[in-house]
Write a protein that binds this ligand. Structure first.
Ligand code: F6P
Length: 318
């Protein structure tokens, strides 16, 4: 198995579950170091039940991860396949997000038996209602937002809190709704800096002592762009502003209970799928059930934000 792309809380728990489920049925299990980079280099180690002890509660990934340009090339993929053949690896579990699952699909085209596990804090993967690590990342963001609201209120300030999510507004939307934000800025909605300023002014007019604005990093007007606009128009707008970019802090958390259980189910299910001859799929959760989606179909599937939640965010910000 390998972990690839941005690490996300629960990757270790998935590795642990896959190793122990595999060993339990008599399989030999191996971990690839540093994702596809390690696969190309043949950097592989055998993993027994004891080697994966004490990692359930750890964030990050004990296997290491990478974003590997070489693996995007045909030559890189061919080298990875040669390594797998030389090591007589019968199946590969790829734990990661969009790019990692695209890589997994590329390997299936070379005849490799692959099962993916939907794992990214961004929750931008079709084929899974929620991806591994996203809920822990949200809890981390919420803890920060709750603290920021306290100091924002004490000073009557506006806080722009930028959260990760790449091109997807999921983390910002959920953190905004759960964190009681006065405004949420996401790539999926067109909002001008003046729209955001209007929402902030309206919050003060309603008697609020602060305004917390959650901004998705992928929004057209990210935290820097908004801050630039608000500073340029500071006199007219009349509010004091601070920016906090949560960034990678969101990724480093220890997996919370949902991600530990979810990772355990996914890791074990990945082994079961490979043993049952079901591969070329990515595992996630759909309607509460562990579900396999074809890797071939994944690239053309889009996962939109829940419009009810987008609407609710506006209602609750009042
Ligand atoms: O995909 C996960 C993610 O954390 C995104 O939210 C973010 O845009 C990106 O990875 C950051 O990547 P890196 O760690 O390579 O800077």
């Amino acid at each position: 198995m390998l972990t690839s792309g941005g690490d996300s809380p629960g990757m270790n728990a998935a590795v642990r579950a896959a190793v122990r489920a595999g060993v339990n049925t008599g399989l030999e299990m191996f971990g690839v170091r540093h994702g596809y980079k390690g696969l190309i280099a043949g950097d592989v180690q055998r993993l027994g039940a004891r080697e994966v002890g004490g990692i359930l509660e750890r964030g990050g990934t004990i296997l290491g991860t990478s974003r590997c340009e070489a693996f995007r090339t045909k030559a890189g993929q061919a080298q990875a396949v040669r390594r797998l053949e030389a090591l007589r690896i019968g199946g590969l579990i790829v734990i990661g997000g969009n790019g990692s699952q695209a890589g997994a699909y590329a390997l299936t085209e070379h005849g490799v038996r692959v099962v993916g596990i939907a794992s990214t804090i961004d929750n931008d993967l079709a084929g899974s209602d929620i991806t591994l690590g996203a809920t822990t990342a949200l809890d981390v963001a919420l803890e920060a937002i709750d603290r920021l609201r306290v100091t924002a209120s004490a000073h009557g300030r506006v806080f722009l809190v930028e959260v990760m999510g790449r091109k997807c507004g999921y983390l910002a939307l959920l953190a905004g709704v759960a964190g009681g934000a006065e405004a949420i800025v996401i790539p999926e909605e067109e909002q001008s800096p003046e729209d955001v300023a209007t929402a902030i002014r309206a919050a003060y007019q309603r008697g609020k002592s602060h305004a917390v604005v959650i901004v998705a990093e992928g929004a057209r007007h990210d935290a820097d762009a908004l801050a630039h606009y608000f500073t340029e128009h500071a006199e007219r707008l009349g509010f004091e502003l601070r920016i906090v970019k949560l960034g990678h802090v969101q990724r480093g958390g220890a997996p919370h209970v949902f991600d530990r259980i979810y990772a355990s189910l996914l890791g074990a299910a990945a082994v079961e799928h490979l043993q049952a001859g079901s591969h070329g799929v990515m595992l996630g959760i759909v309607g509460g059930q562990i579900t396999a989606t074809s890797l071939a179909a994944l690239g053309s599937l889009h996962k939109p934000l829940d419009p009810r939640l987008v609407h609710l965010a506006h209602v609750l910000a009042q």
